[in-house]
Design a protein. Structure first.
Length: 174
């Protein structure tokens, strides 16, 4: 993951968004959601959307069970939050996700005008906040969500993924 401070101009006042002291609680919720994906053999990534200190939406990956390539935790949570709040502009909301969002999900966060994205583990192959691309800081974006990396949940987020993929691989008979 590239080390560089967030350079975007946010469209939500920082005092309206979840604070770093809230990260542990909300990331726990995202990790709980990630475990739910394992039940239907999907990659364990979970997301929660928070507004005014309350979870308004939660989701986990559902690509396998829904046979939908776009059924990523972040997109499902964004849709659920929009329905719950009755609006598509989520500028006063924070998206917590266990793994750095891909280009599709980071783009959706920009389009939803999400105020803040917090992720637990970088994705060196496809992460689109800092690792491979920088969609939230893109100069062409009309809206630039704030973001932060919540390092304390990295180990657990990565362990869930490693255990999941280890179970998916066929046994090596040598």
């Amino acid at each position: 993951m590239k080390e560089r401070p967030h350079s975007g101009t946010a469209f939500a006042a920082p005092e309206t968004l979840a604070r770093p002291g809230d990260d542990e609680r909300f990331m726990r919720g995202a990790l709980d959601e990630a475990r739910g994906a394992i039940v239907h053999a999907d990659v364990p990534i979970g997301a929660v959307i928070v507004r005014e200190g309350e979870v308004v939406a939660r989701a986990h990956n559902r690509r396998e069970i829904d046979a939908d390539p776009t059924a990523h935790a972040e997109l499902i949570a964004l849709r659920a939050a929009a329905r719950e709040l009755g609006r598509w502009r989520l500028m006063d909301c924070a998206l917590y996700v266990t793994v750095e969002p891909c280009a599709m999900c980071a783009g959706a966060a920009v389009l939803a005008r999400i105020g803040l994205v917090v992720f637990g583990a970088p994705d060196e192959r496809a992460g689109a906040i800092r690792s491979v691309a920088e969609i939230l800081d893109a100069p062409w974006a009309n809206h630039r969500p704030r973001w932060r990396y919540y390092a304390p949940s990295r180990e657990e987020s990565e362990r869930l993924l490693q255990e999941f993929f280890a179970r998916q691989r066929p046994a090596n008979d040598g």
